[in-house]
Ligand binder design. Structure first.
Ligand code: NAI
Ligand code: MG
Length: 361
């Protein structure tokens, strides 16, 4: 039979992004070598990020988004480093790619891995299995606003930062959440807004949620304000399954979720263009962690878990499931980096994951 070649655009980025992407690629190499010639990965590396910015005055090439368009997937590390303002690095690369390629659904599973010290005092934490669905194209990250309004004088500057919600944008992400919920055990969607205070965009979101929910009578629904939801993550975690929220709220809640499950270092994510008109991008939830960069101690699980989401997206469902199983086995055996209270380094975690994969296959 024919061998399938997957073309990957790899953007390691900054700080620990480079260290963890390297590990993810080792895992993909393992799969390729054991695929019996069924498939292979061909990686092209793009050196974009803050170092590139300091040298070239831009985070990526002007036609960067177009250069990525023909790949099967994008594998991303993290972006941001002291010396370049965070808004410049984030807008110049990650947001430019997500919005430029219309990767409008950001999927962020939160799994409570075995063997990881509990941060959440809950008798059945091991059974929790959340997935956050983040609107990834508009909302608070629409970039609408401005500064330096003229004539106000020193000390009187005004800045405007507007959120932009479209019916189309709300509907497609909410529908995505319902479709996903249908494939899961609990079949429940929780929508998060702040429509008591944000009376335009978030009320539109709520109305779309109610209208879409009528088409899914088999799916249970719940609606929360974001402040109360933050408390609910801690107080009633068993009530959550699929959680859908705006760009900013889901970003915040996913850091809360990953911290409750152990560490930011284990959270994976997929920036999807569900219509598959453009390549999707797979990256950990965490940033470039300058405080631990270069030490070889970053937890690679978030980025390796993102490779599992990528395998699934590429049609390699069995491999994706094997990889998730190998990750669970690795933490169960006590291979933990420092963020999880362990002493293992980045490479040792990957070695253990690959070792476990070898036993599973
Ligand atoms: P961060 O996620 O980089 O780090 C927060 C804390 O978590 C740090 O103490 C760090 O050491 C720890 N941490 C994160 N990932 C870890 C891992 N894999 N293993 C062990 N510990 C880990 O967030 P921070 O410090 O707010 O931002 C640092 C830079 O990253 C900034 O420039 C920021 O703009 C950027 N950033 C980029 C993102 C992206 O590329 N998607 C997402 C979030 C932040
Ligand atoms: Mg974040």
């Amino acid at each position: 039979s024919e061998s399938k070649k997957f073309r990957l655009a790899v953007i390691p980025g900054d700080g620990i992004g480079k260290e963890v992407v390297r590990e993810g690629l080792r895992v993909l190499d393992f799969f390729e070598q054991n695929s019996g010639g069924k498939y292979s990965f061909e990686s092209d590396f793009f050196p974009w990020g803050c170092e590139y910015y300091l040298e070239h005055g831009k985070m990526m090439d002007e036609d960067g988004v177009d250069k990525l368009r023909d790949y099967d997937a994008i594998y991303f590390g993290a972006v941001g480093f002291p010396g370049v303002p965070d808004h410049v690095s984030l807008w110049g690369l990650r947001i430019a790619i997500c919005q430029g390629l219309d990767q409008w659904a950001n999927i962020r599973p939160v799994e409570f891995l075995p063997g990881v010290p509990r941060r959440l005092n809950h008798p059945e934490a091991d059974k929790l299995n959340w997935v956050l669905i983040r609107e990834n194209s508009e909302g608070e990250y629409s970039g609408v606003g401005g500064r330096n309004f003229t004539g106000r004088g020193p000390g009187k500057e005004v800045a405007v930062q507007s959120s932009l919600f479209t019916e189309h944008g709300c509907e497609r992400i909410i529908r995505y959440a319902f479709d996903l919920a249908r494939t899961r055990k609990r079949k429940k969607v929780t929508s998060v807004t702040k429509s008591n205070a944000q009376q335009f965009g978030m009320v539109l979101w709520d109305e779309v949620f109610e209208h879409v929910s009528k088409e899914y009578p088999d799916v249970e629904t719940d609606q929360w304000l974001v402040d109360a939801m933050a408390a609910q993550f801690v107080l009633r975690p068993e009530e959550l399954e699929v959680v859908v929220a705006s760009n900013l709220f889901a970003d915040i809640l996913s850091d809360l979720g990953s911290a409750l499950s152990g560490s930011l270092g284990i959270a994976a994510s997929a920036n999807l263009n569900p219509e598959r008109r453009t390549p999707s991008m797979f990256e950990s939830v965490h940033g470039s962690a300058p405080d631990i960069a270069g030490k070889g101690i970053a937890n690679p699980i978030g980025t390796i878990g993102s490779a599992a989401l990528m395998l699934d997206h590429l049609g390699l469902q069995e491999e994706a499931e094997q990889l998730n199983q190998a990750i669970r086995e690795t933490t169960r055996q006590g291979y933990l980096t420092r963020d999880l209270g362990g002493t293992h380094n980045t490479e040792e975690i990957t070695d253990a994951i690959i070792d476990n994969l070898g036993k599973i296959q």
